[in-house]
Design a protein around this ligand. Structure first.
Ligand code: ATP
Length: 216
């Protein structure tokens, strides 16, 4: 089984990293691939460039065998569409290997605005991680997809290459990249919300308005 967890990671934080480890444990896979997007289609300009975000991710996962980085979206021109990434992976894995993409409920709520979203279940399983915030609108397309294709246990994902939706409710850290960018911009330390190596690099490069010789 191959598991990907995509995001802007602007910057990567302990909420992302803990979740990826939980997913790896719960799905019983050796590792989860973090897939930073190059140009996010559904949001404005990122705080750091894709290369800078990738560099921070590399520092964050260094020495952790359960977390890997797949930087394929940075080598494609233009906006990063998940359907393209999944299609590439499916071609590499062959038709039978289970492929899983992980999203938070916030991202899944807008799933029907993703390019080719109706084809995504033909390429991969979707694991939806419950995050605090509004519940899925029961009349929405993503809720319908969940009702039609929902499975109860991670084991079900091993039985087919794609097509299932599994909701998981792992413990989550209450951290967001938006909060971290605001904190840094205000001159406050994000220490203990991001790995120290990430914070050191953010300061070194003066990302998100960080002052290079500011608070550790
Ligand atoms: P932003 O605040 O800029 O929107 P973010 O922290 O939500 O960023 P993204 O890179 O947009 O991070 O999110 C990538 C994925 O990680 C999404 O599926 C999102 O739901 C999930 N995610 C974000 N923060 C957490 C967290 N604290 N715990 C678990 N999952 C998270």
């Amino acid at each position: 089984m191959h598991v990907i967890y995509g995001g802007t990671f602007d910057p990567v934080h302990h909420g992302h990293l803990r979740l990826a480890l939980e997913i790896s444990d719960r799905l019983g896979v050796g590792y989860v691939s973090l897939v930073p997007c190059h140009i996010p289609p559904h949001r404005g300009q990122t705080g750091a460039s894709s290369r800078q975000r990738l560099e921070l991710l590399r520092l964050a996962v260094a020495g952790e065998p359960q977390l890997r980085i797949d930087d394929r979206e940075l080598s494609r021109e233009g906006a990063s569409y998940t359907a393209d990434t999944l299609r590439q992976l499916r071609a590499e894995l062959g038709p039978d290997e289970p492929l899983v993409m992980v999203v938070g409920t916030d991202a899944f709520a807008g799933f029907d605005r993703w390019r080719e979203w109706q084809h995504i279940p033909d390429l991969a399983h979707v694991v939806v991680v419950r995050r605090p915030g509004p519940a899925l609108d029961p009349s929405s397309e993503p809720a319908r997809l969940l009702a039609e294709r929902g499975v109860e246990s991670p084991e079900a994902l091993h039985d087919s290459p794609c097509g299932c939706v599994l909701e998981l409710d792992p413990p989550l850290l209450d951290v967001s990249a938006t909060g971290i960018r605001e904190r840094i911009g205000d001159g406050r330390s994000p220490r203990y919300l991001v790995p120290d190596s990430v914070w050191t690099e953010i300061r070194r490069q003066g990302l998100y308005g960080a002052c290079p010789d500011g608070n550790f």
